[in-house]
Design a protein around this ligand. Sequence first.
Ligand SMILES: [Fe+2]
Ligand SMILES: [Fe+2]
Length: 303
Amino acid sequence: MQSNYSYQGAVEISERVGWRIEDIIGGEKRLDFSRAFLPESLAQVQQLGFLAPEEKRLLNQIRGHEYLAMFGLVEEFILPYVVDHARPKLSGDDYRARALLHFAGEEAKHIHLFKIFRREFEAGFGSQCEFIGPAEDVKKFVLSHSPLGVAIAILHIEWMTLRHYIEGVRDNRDLDLQFKSLLKHHWLEESQHTKIDTLIVEELAASASAKELDQAFQDYAEIGGFIDNGIKQQTEFDVKAFVSATGRRLGKSERREMAETVLKGMRWTYLGTGMTHPNFLATVEQIKPGARTQIEAMAPAFC
Ligand SMILES: [Fe+2]
Ligand SMILES: [Fe+2]
């Protein structure tokens, strides 16, 4: 069954919930480095029994930095994708044009917001955290795929963002208040993006041939594989950042255990939470019967 989302509904909510970066960070609003940044459901650091509580918090914050950088990275390709999608059909449906331009404008604001948080993080954390990239190469790779394939990947990202907030952050009292506020405000606007992107996927799928649909799901899998390769590389950067932040010398097996745990946490954060989201799966099944089972079969490796 098709979704009952509408561009008009998305525009109305978007204009009601819109916020300014200045309301979230800057001035008195600072990151509190005595607290965790990510919920344990995403950070998954507690299982590392050889770490002291202070070290677990530092690793959690390193994962928080990686979260900021990862969203900065994916939103760098979402923005041009939405602008390109909007451009050919700006007249006709006024709500559609406005919804797509809100979507694009909000992603540009999110990119800016994540950058400011990263700068705050770097100024307060005390040691360096590396991140994969450059964003330009990622953008080029992702946008070289079919528009429907990219729209499905973006839909995955939008739903996973909502899940991060609802399942791990909303009722969490342990997190740094600024980081929590960032995730809440992101969720507020991403909630409209899930609806708009569902409409984009449905529209593109309606005019796609069976071959084009197959290609789109192949593209989605390729983009997922590309993200997973980046995640593997980022795991090494996170472990390295931990060593330089704590000065701790990890034994061989400790290092391996930490790398495996970080990899598992990242895979769940950026792949598993999207691939298994019920609304994401409902949309893919609606546009291509059997797609749900296919994605569900791939999911355990990321959960
Ligand atoms: Fe966003
Ligand atoms: Fe978004």
